[in-house]
Design a protein around this ligand. Structure first.
Ligand code: GLV
Length: 330
């Protein structure tokens, strides 16, 4: 396809580095960036994508058959600026020979940093401490004040041992933690040995972990993988961290578990119905709640956007995009 004949639609303002890649490959006039700095409205998405050869989407855009059909037969790629792509109907794309790409790798360490920060903050009650201080209610050091849970030397349970789960295991070594994990299958023994991680079944993970950090993708089989039964099976001193996708956790059941003391605390970055959160969660002082910031470092967001742009360039040049998740579409 001639660069000048291309139409690239970007659903939201993204880092400049990515736009530069697109401008250099296709010329400024081919690149159309939705002007709002917020989620694009469905009607604007359907109108903006019309005639596009490439769509650069973010993880909150629902890219389904309707959007692909609105684009028309020229659409060659949906480049998602995220590692997770549960917002894209990949089967519908494959049927239309549209490539779908994601941004794996670059956000691994950044997301693990964020999960680790949530784990520490929830264990040591940093949110509660900060709220107390800002409210002018700190009466001074107290021997019994805001006592939390030690992290070092404890057992970290990792649910989903992909790249980010493994990055958590590496961090755990520095805190002298025992690492157990659960996934659909164990890692090869050399990898387990390198990460000093032991495969366990889910009941063991729930029973033995002091901290559980969720790193699985959202799939039909992982939806509500953590609900009342799981919280009841966890230690009352346990801390749950979720930086994967909100629907992996039953938020209403989690709010109840936090209120009833079924578990000690939670650190959440993702929610079932973003940007809405369950109305009982904000009242849970033992929940550290942040707004989907897992990959939100300046460096990483720029790299993610650039990767999405480079996948578009490759596809429109007739190559297989480097991060294509459905190569069978081509
Ligand atoms: C962020 O949540 C991502 O999937 O990249």
């Amino acid at each position: 396809m001639k660069p000048s004949a291309s139409r690239i639609f970007v659903t939201r303002i993204i880092p400049d580095r990515a736009l530069k890649v697109l401008y250099e490959a296709f010329g400024r006039r081919s690149v159309h960036v939705a002007p709002q700095d917020g989620a694009i409205a469905r009607a604007d998405l359907l109108a903006g994508v019309r005639g596009a050869n490439a769509l650069l989407a973010i993880l909150t855009d629902v890219i389904d058959a309707e959007v692909m059909d609105a684009a028309g037969p020229g659409l060659k790629i949906v480049a998602n600026m995220a590692v997770g792509y549960n917002n894209v109907d990949v089967d519908a794309a494959t049927r239309r020979r549209i490539a779908v790409s994601n941004t794996p790798g670059v956000l691994t360490e950044t997301t693990a940093d964020c999960a680790w920060a949530l784990m520490m903050a929830a264990a040591r009650r940093l949110g509660e401490g900060e709220r107390l201080l800002r409210a002018g209610q700190w009466a001074g050091w107290g021997p019994m004040m805001l006592l939390g849970m030690d992290v070092h030397g404890k057992t970290l349970g990792i649910f989903g041992m992909g790249r980010i789960g493994q990055a958590m295991a590496r961090r755990a070594a520095g805190f002298d933690m025992r690492v157990i994990y659960h996934d659909v299958s164990p890692m090869p023994p050399e990898q387990e040995a390198a990460l000093r991680a032991t495969y366990v079944d889910k009941p063991t993970l729930l029973r033995e972990s002091d901290f559980i950090s969720i790193h699985c993708p959202l799939l039909p089989e992982t939806r509500h993988a953590f609900g009342k039964a799981e919280f009841d099976a966890m230690k009352p001193t346990a801390v749950l961290v979720n930086t994967s996708r909100g629907p992996v956790v039953d938020e209403a059941a989690l709010a109840r578990a936090l209120q009833d003391g079924a578990i000690f605390a939670a650190g959440l970055d993702v929610y079932e119905d973003e940007p809405n959160i369950h109305p009982d969660l904000p009242a849970c002082q033992n929940a550290v709640l942040i707004p989907h910031l897992g990959s939100a470092s300046l460096e990483t967001r720029s790299r993610m956007a650039e990767i999405a742009a480079r996948n578009i360039v490759a596809r429109l040049r007739g190559e297989v995009p480097p991060n294509c998740v459905n190569p069978e579409a081509l």
